[in-house]
Design a protein around this ligand. Structure first.
Ligand SMILES: [Zn+2]
Length: 221
């Protein structure tokens, strides 16, 4: 009986984890309205905001494709424009290459759309197992490319910004979380470390527009 119970428990845990991961992938189940094939906004979004969101997404995906040299991701965008749907946490978040969520404070800001679009395409190129835990695509490179391309918080403003890195650039999401602090109070510094490490990587002869092709060829960074 005991091994039956163990198997049943494992199956339940696996299904539970799968549902937990899948639920945020279903914006249509959370009171959002579809305004374009891959774009959802909350129902409170004004007509002007809907136009802005579509324009920002279109521009971000095109720019990410130009910056990275490829655009194969097809993420769903879930943009919250009002306090009622605001869940707190990071202003933008990308789940694998499947879903991008943005909070009300950045609805107008093209930098955050581009930052998350860059993540989606990098995750698509690394594949699920390559992205997981920073295995082939370390967090410093994932965040560094996103910050340098988009100019979001942590982008180096001048050369001395990168002269004295205070800590080792984060490889895994856990490393990043430690640097960013429990409430994200030192997140800008964590992003800066990632951007500086990516600039060092570029100075060593690597290019951002060649990265997705190298990830798709199986390279590890
Ligand atoms: Zn990011």
């Amino acid at each position: 009986m005991r091994w039956y119970a163990a198997i049943a428990g494992t199956v339940l845990l696996t299904v539970g984890a799968g549902l937990a991961l899948a639920s945020p992938l279903l914006p249509m189940a959370q009171g959002y309205e579809r305004i374009a094939p891959r774009i959802w906004v909350d129902r409170a979004a004004t007509p002007a905001q809907r136009q802005t969101v579509i324009a920002r997404v279109t521009e971000a995906e095109a720019t990410a494709g130009t910056d990275l040299g490829s655009w194969q991701a097809a993420p769903r965008w879930q943009v919250c424009t009002s306090a009622a749907c605001d869940t707190g946490g990071p202003r933008g978040r990308t789940y694998l290459d499947r879903l991008i969520r943005l909070r009300p404070s950045v609805v107008d800001d093209p930098r955050f759309y581009l930052h998350e679009a860059i993540h989606a395409e990098l995750h698509n190129a690394a594949g699920f197992t390559g992205w997981l835990g920073g295995k082939r695509l370390p967090v410093w490179l994932d965040e560094g490319v996103a910050v340098l391309s988009s100019g979001t918080d942590g982008a180096p403003k001048a050369a001395p910004d990168c002269a004295t890195p205070a800590a080792r650039p984060p490889r895994t999401p856990e490393d990043f979380a430690l640097l960013a602090g429990p409430k994200g109070q030192t997140a800008t510094e964590a992003y800066r470390l990632c951007a500086c490490a990516t600039q060092d990587w570029q100075a060593a002869g690597n290019s951002i527009d060649g990265l997705t092709a190298r990830l798709r060829a199986g390279e590890t960074f």
